[in-house]
Design a protein around this ligand. Structure first.
Ligand SMILES: Nc1ncnc2c1ncn2[C@@H]1O[C@H](COP(=O)(O)OP(=O)(O)OP(=O)(O)O)[C@@H](O)[C@H]1O
Ligand SMILES: [Mg+2]
Length: 280
């Protein structure tokens, strides 16, 4: 679905992405991790042709982003900005969700079919996110504005979804709701590349993790493998999620433990008995 080949990019001569290569297959769910300023947002903007590589190639479904129009790429790639307020531009939530749909639907609809399809997608998104289409997006909370921005992206049914910190600023309930929606899309075939500073979210939902540090790709592998590599994480100023970190402190008997369920199973295996009150 997405292929980076030795991609480099810089802003006004200052390198931001340096010789990055990786491949995302159809249906992958990759978390993109890295310190502040590592180049994560820049890498995402290279995926959909918003930025073009200074050297190397970015191929989206086999098409070179340097030669294909950004508007054509936009039909396949959905991009959620790091800050929803950069995305929102309409007076109501409904208009926001419908924005750009005409373009994405293309020529293959009669006027009546087109209106029907737009109405259907709008209703689907309002339902999915429990939104009121008549509200002014700028009267909503940060978390709600994030949901409106994501609803607008999903209404276009992209094959590749690029999410720049989709859960930042959300409370636990909002975060879980959004991640379940994204995870559902992935299980129906959408390819996901998600930047996250939240290692728990990345570990819970990503199957694969890419680590970017100072513009270079320093890690690419199954999420468990990457989260277990303390040296790699610490070089990118990242902390492992809590359960693998605890497992490490508990010693070799807990090696490989990654989830709460696995932690409990390992405790039972090691003949640890759960006492009333929750202690071991
Ligand atoms: N429009 C721009 N003009 C000039 N330099 C930029 C621009 N955007 C980003 N940079 C620089 O490029 C580097 C990578 O920035 P980028 O925003 O891609 O990092 P990031 O990993 O997304 O960081 P964060 O975690 O803070 O969002 C940084 O040094 C940043 O200052
Ligand atoms: Mg960023």
């Amino acid at each position: 679905m997405l292929r980076f080949e030795e991609v480099s990019f810089g802003y006004a001569g200052t390198p931001a992405i340096d010789g990055v290569s990786f491949v995302l297959g159809k249906g992958d769910f990759a978390a993109l991790l890295g310190e502040n300023g590592a180049g994560k947002s820049t890498l995402c903007r290279l995926c959909n042709g918003l930025l073009k590589p200074r050297s190397g190639r970015v191929l989206l479904a086999g098409q070179d982003t340097r030669t294909v129009k950004t508007s054509v790429l936009a039909r396949r790639v959905g991009y959620l900005f790091q800050n929803p307020d950069r995305q929102l531009c309409k007076n109501t939530v409904g208009e926001e969700i419908l924005f750009g749909l005409d373009f994405v639907l293309g020529e293959g609809y009669s006027p009546a079919e087109r209106e029907g399809e737009k109405r259907r997608r709008l209703e689907e998104m309002l339902d999915l996110f429990h939104l009121d289409g008549s509200r002014d997006p700028f009267g909503l909370s940060r978390g709600e504005r994030q949901q409106v921005a994501l609803a607008g992206v999903l209404a276009r049914k992209p094959e590749l979804l690029i999410l720049d910190e989709p859960t930042t600023g959300l409370d636990y309930r909002e975060c879980t709701a959004i991640m379940e929606i994204i995870s559902g899309l992935n299980s129906r075939g959408a390819t996901i590349l998600m930047i996250s500073h939240d290692m728990e979210v990345a570990a819970d939902y990503g199957r694969r993790a890419l680590v970017l540090s100072k513009g270079r790709l320093t890690g690419d592998g199954p999420v468990r493998e990457i989260m277990g590599n303390r040296e790699l994480l610490s070089q990118a100023s990242l902390l492992p999620p809590q359960i693998p970190a605890l497992a490490r402190l508990l010693g070799p008997a807990f090696a490989g433990v990654f989830t709460v369920e696995e932690m409990l199973a390992r405790c039972r295996e090691k003949a640890a008995v759960l006492k009333p009150g929750g202690g071991l």
